[in-house]
Design a binder for this molecule. Structure first.
Ligand code: ADP
Ligand code: F6P
Length: 322
């Protein structure tokens, strides 16, 4: 391949810029040209494409967000949208594409590959919910931000002898909640993978209260299905324990900020690996990590994999928070 494209798609994640940089620098090192496709698949449909050289990715390794912008593109899911994207690839001489995003973005990459444009997917999402990899770019930064925020909340909860119920992101998965919850020493962690039992939490709080514990942190994954969300949980806890309670939704603060060392290093390694595949003429793949090592899989196979939470860690959290 002489020319490849790179795009970011779906929700942004800290480390995406580091991945774009790695793609551009690796491709140029291997003698290829790189085009940056802006706003995800929308950029392919609309031909919003820029040339990227070595210096156009200077000074971005430490920045959150994505300098190529990102989007969710409903039009790309239609035959018309894909046809326009393929036509633009041909017009612009784009022979392969590195797609940085989540599962949805992988589906788009699979469709493009099936239409003759080889793609390689890089896992980029704070949720860590991509089955074909143990780790996704952005997860570590998001959790470090969440932990920093909860530590602040804890200062005020402690001063007032209160309970703070904090919602973290994660879409339908509890990966962020479990590790954040352990790191902040949460009394309880509610995740979508386990049926929530508020009565058990209240009982646990009452028992801990008897042993001298006066402030509490409850971490709740956004995917937990409780009507009224964290506000309703805080109200119920307050009325049944008598402990004043407050609810906080951390929200998009978790998506921004300078990527951690782990995210920068993973993004660089994965970006490099993705380009090497395309350079060998290999497409329709995704890169990632399994059992500590770098792996790549067929996209179709990757999309059919399943991933489970580490339930042993849920037990660790439970036993260490009495
Ligand atoms: P993520 O990649 O973070 O999971 P989305 O699910 O929103 O985010 O997907 C990002 C984009 O990928 C979508 O806006 C769309 O352009 C493309 N995409 C998602 N699902 C499909 C699909 N089934 N077929 C083709 N493209 C898809
Ligand atoms: O997938 C990343 C994520 O931040 C999820 O944790 C969250 O559910 C969703 O995206 C929020 O999406 P939006 O930015 O569209 O509000």
């Amino acid at each position: 391949m002489k020319t490849i494209g790179v795009l970011t798609s779906g929700g942004d994640a800290p480390g995406m810029n580091a991945a774009i940089r790695a793609v551009v620098r690796t491709a140029i090192s291997l003698g290829m040209n790189v085009k940056g496709i802006r706003r995800g698949y929308n950029g392919l449909i609309e031909g919003d494409v820029i040339d990227l050289d070595l210096r156009s990715v200077s000074d971005i390794i430490h920045r959150g967000g994505t300098f190529l912008y990102t989007a969710r593109s409903p039009k790309f899911k239609t035959e018309e949208g894909i046809a326009l994207a393929v036509e633009n690839c041909k017009k612009l001489g784009i022979e392969g594409i590195v797609v940085i995003g989540g599962d949805g973005s992988y589906r788009g990459a699979r469709d493009l590959s099936n239409h003759g444009i080889p793609c390689v997917g890089i896992p980029g999402t704070i949720d860590n919910d991509i089955s074909s990899t143990d780790y996704t770019i952005g997860f570590d930064t998001a959790m470090n931000t969440a932990v920093e925020m909860v530590d602040r909340i804890r200062d005020t909860a402690q001063s007032h002898d209160r309970c703070s119920v904090v919602e973290v992101m994660g879409r339908h998965a509890g990966f962020i909640a479990v590790q954040t919850g352990i790191a902040v020493g949460a009394t309880s962690i509610l995740i979508p993978e386990i049926e929530p039992d508020l009565d058990a939490i209240i009982e646990k709080m009452k028992n801990s209260n008897k042993t001298g514990k006066k402030h509490f942190i409850i971490v709740v994954a956004e995917g937990v299905n409780i009507e009224g969300g964290v506000d309703a949980i805080a109200k119920k806890i307050e009325s049944e324990t008598g402990i004043e309670s407050r609810a906080t939704v951390l929200g998009h603060v978790q998506r921004g900020g300078s990527p951690t060392v782990r995210d920068r290093v993973c993004a660089t390694e994965l970006g490099n690996a993705a380009v090497h595949l395309l350079n060998h003429g290999i497409g329709n793949r995704v890169v990632g990590y399994k059992d500590g090592g770098l792996v790549n899989y067929d996209i179709f196979e990757a999309l059919n994999m399943e991933k489970s939470l580490d339930f042993d860690m849920v037990e660790v959290a439970h036993e260490t928070s009495i």
